[in-house]
Design a protein around this ligand. Structure first.
Ligand code: NCD
Ligand code: ZN
Ligand code: ZN
Ligand code: ZN
Length: 352
């Protein structure tokens, strides 16, 4: 059995829930899940409680991650109605995150003047990342053009959205985009069967939406997990919060797609390593690699995952391709189900 070596993955869209919701995940468990999934660096979203929106909340999060993270990390700063003129408070802020649509957490920006202020003042060498669904996609592409700056569109999920991104790119717009494994592989039909476990933002689309993402893979810059854990209890409650875990399933699902001829290995590396580093202008961690058994075939099981939430929307799905060992800075950090890296061994990503 020949093992395959890949560069360690960089996941530019995760919610590790620390601080504020550590019953769902924390930096120690979330980064253990990352390593188990071949991910050596994560970029954490700002919808914590309290949200990561200023120098104080950033410093607090940096303290927590420095103590607990087992892989490398960086953060997004959340845009609010009144922090546009405030420069990022430290060197670990990879980008500004703007939520244009309703999702989990309080960070939604709905006023045009607030949006304009952020596009005007955010440092030009750092990207703006947007949760923008449907019409909002056109809004952020338009603003990026008008303010002549780079924008990154998170979790593109619809045929119309990816077509718009494609047209904008063809016209030379400075935009990048990511897609998630769940929008590539699951549909609204799965959402019905999954109940609360199938609820996330953006919601799952039609088969046609998913096919449009595959068909436009050439213009997609990255695959990100949007790892958004919530507890089983929360997901089985009357108003399940949106979000699904994904750090440990992204690579197996993509390797499975390679095994089935939907993706080349080269493209997989571009989408999970080169693209993510380029989008955010971060230096990939050194001597970071993943050893994969490309033949191993098995069923994904939530109970076997290291994420604190202990479930996956891909429960029972057969995949071909298993993570065996992971290295970071030359040291073995994961092997066959066991995380070797200690909390606190992760470092802030270097911004290029
Ligand atoms: C995310 C979360 O739970 O933090 N939920 C989700 O459904 N994707 C928020 C987000 O990324 O929009
Ligand atoms: Zn590399
Ligand atoms: Zn989002
Ligand atoms: Zn998210």
């Amino acid at each position: 059995m020949a093992t395959l070596e890949l560069p360690g993955l960089i996941d530019i869209h995760v919610h590790l829930r620390d601080p504020g919701a550590t019953h769902k995940e924390d930096f120690a468990t979330g980064t253990a899940a990352a390593l188990a999934g071949g991910v050596v660096a994560v970029v954490d979203m700002p919808n914590n409680s309290p949200p990561t929106v200023d120098e104080q909340t950033l410093r607090h999060k940096l303290g927590l991650a420095s103590q607990k993270a087992r892989c490398d990390f960086a953060f997004y700063l959340g845009a609010t109605a009144n922090n546009a003129t405030q420069a990022p408070a430290n060197g670990h802020v990879a980008g500004l995150k703007i939520y244009l649509d309703e999702t989990y957490g309080p960070l939604r920006v709905q006023s045009l003047s607030t949006l304009m202020a952020h596009f005007k003042y955010w440092p030009r060498n750092r990207p703006i990342a947007a949760h923008a669904e449907g019409l909002s996609t056109a809004v952020v592409i338009g603003l990026a053009q008008l303010y002549d700056r780079r924008v990154h569109i998170c979790h593109v999920s619809r045929k119309s959205e990816i077509e718009l991104v494609k047209q904008a790119k063809e016209r030379g717009a400075s935009i990048t985009c990511e897609v998630t494994p769940h929008h590539l592989l699951l549909t609204e039909k799965d959402a019905k069967e999954l109940g609360g476990y199938g609820q996330m933002k953006p919601s799952l689309g039609t088969l046609e939406d998913g096919e449009a993402l595959w068909a436009n893979l050439a213009i997609i810059d990255a695959v990100a997990s949007d790892h958004a854990p919530h507890t089983k209890e929360e997901k089985e409650g009357r108003t399940p919060p949106p979000g699904v875990p994904g750090l440990e399933t992204t690579l197996p699902l993509l390797l499975n797609a390679v095994a089935h001829g939907r993706l080349s290995l080269e493209r997989l590396v571009q989408l999970t390593h080169d693209g993510p580093a380029r989008i955010l202008g971060v230096r990939a961690p050194e001597a970071a690699s993943v050893e994969v058994d490309p033949e191993a075939t098995y069923a994904l099981r939530g109970a076997q995952l290291l994420t604190k939430c202990g479930w996956t929307p891909f429960e029972g799905m057969m995949v071909q391709g298993r993570v065996r060992r992971v290295y970071l800075r030359g040291a073995k950090v994961y092997e066959d189900g066991q995380v070797v890296a200690r909390p606190g061994s992760g470092r802030p990503l270097e911004l290029a």
